[in-house]
Design a protein around this ligand. Structure first.
Ligand SMILES: NC(=O)c1ccc[n+]([C@@H]2O[C@H](COP(=O)([O-])OP(=O)(O)OC[C@H]3O[C@@H](n4cnc5c(N)ncnc54)[C@H](O)[C@@H]3O)[C@@H](O)[C@H]2O)c1
Length: 351
């Protein structure tokens, strides 16, 4: 039985704890949090799991294999580093870390220690995102022109990171995953209304080769709760609305056709309105799929879908976007670099 511990059981970590506690393929051995009241609450729901405020209890337990880090972002680097140094496989919530060199350091450490490093890029495990990826790869949507994501609500306002770093990792990771290519440059505009120096709303644009574009709107200061991805292709268009219950994906057979025989401009370009389909998808809980993936990676020594390199790419885009924010939206070039497949394999083999 794979032995797991979780650090940080706040708003999100308690969902991870619930998943690991009920997963028959692992033992949730410890829950660690600095807040004793939270531990008392978890203890009543998860008998048999040890509660501790000491992270060192996890590090010192030689039988413990995996540590799940779901604390607030500024603590990710230090906890992740200590866990890897102790020879543990690590899952860390998004944003991976807040600095490119920290991400590179952790990837190198995981490689040296042959440990698994997985980042909580939840949308990469979402059945709808995976259906969209299939549709893009099979060219069902045609050439992809542009994508736009909205992730807005009136919600948890953070004091240690802005809306870009808090929300956009999901959007950046899913866009890079869907398109399978890296942006050439990014530009971002945003504004701080509630706290000095912390943007509440950010509009981020990613430019790709072949005139492809992606746009991300994130905010925790908005009247709507929207979690949406819209993809516009030359053949069809698709909308993933995560706010919907079962009908999360709609495919619009809509497009514009250039005709060869024409007498007027109106005949040259015709707009096509076809059917709207709602594919039936068996939607498992994405978080459950993600947690199971971490366990499978530990057991089979496989490289996670969202590994450290995936995390680094997202942090590089966030870092470029942050620099653009500070220079009023000036485009900032991005170079994500290759992940080096040999390095990825070596990272976890021979445990
Ligand atoms: N994947 C998702 O959809 C998703 C959603 C929400 C949050 N998150 C991420 O999860 C992480 C946690 O977010 P949250 O909303 O639960 O935050 P939170 O502030 O509600 O909870 C953080 C918890 O970590 C504990 N903590 C902080 N430092 C610690 C340390 N050094 N040792 C032990 N415990 C420590 C705090 O006491 C608190 O209980 C963040 O990285 C956030 O971005 C992911």
């Amino acid at each position: 039985m794979i032995q797991i511990a979780i650090v940080g059981v706040g708003g999100w970590g308690k969902n991870l704890a619930r998943n690991y506690f009920h997963n028959p393929n692992c033992l949730l051995k410890y829950i660690c949090d600095l807040d004793e009241a939270k531990l008392r609450k978890m203890q009543s729901q998860m008998p048999g799991t040890a509660m501790t405020t000491r992270f060192d209890d996890l590090i010192e337990d030689e039988d413990l294999q995996g540590i799940v880090i779901a604390t607030t972002a500024p603590s990710h680097y230090k906890l992740c580093r200590a866990a890897l140094l102790a020879g543990k496989d690590v899952y860390v919530e998004k944003p991976f870390v807040l600095d490119v060199t920290e991400a590179e350091d952790l990837i190198q450490l995981a490689d040296e220690k042959r440990r698994i490093l997985m980042i909580g890029h939840l949308l990469e495990y979402h059945p709808v995102v995976n259906r969209l990826k299939q549709m893009i790869e099979s060219r069902e949507l045609g050439d992809i022109y542009y994508i736009y994501n909205q992730r807005v609500n009136l919600g948890t306002i953070r004091g240690d990171e802005n809306a870009l770093w808090n929300f956009a990792p999901h959007d950046i990771s899913s866009i890079l995953y869907l398109l399978g290519e890296e942006p050439t440059d990014v530009s971002a505009r945003g504004q701080c209304y509630l706290q000095d120096g912390i943007e509440d709303v950010v509009f981020l644009t990613l430019n790709f080769n072949n005139r492809r574009m992606a746009h991300i709107h994130v905010s925790w200061l908005d009247p709507h709760k929207i979690r949406k991805i819209t993809i516009v292709g030359s053949q069809k268009m698709a909308v993933f609305d995560d706010g919907e219950g079962t009908e999360k994906l709609r495919i619009y057979d809509k497009g514009v056709t250039h005709n060869q025989d024409y007498d007027s401009f109106a005949e040259f370009i015709t707009v096509r309105f076809g059917d709207i389909t709602i594919p039936h998808l068996k939607i498992g809980e994405p978080l459950q799929l993600e947690c199971q993936h971490f366990i499978d990676c530990i057991r089979e020594r496989k490289v996670p879908l969202s590994d450290g390199w995936d995390g680094l790419r997202v942090v590089k885009v966030l870092d470029a976007a942050q620099r653009s924010l500070k220079s009023n939206g000036a485009p900032v070039a991005v170079s994500l670099g290759s992940r080096g497949p040999g390095e990825r394999l070596r990272a976890v083999q021979g445990s």
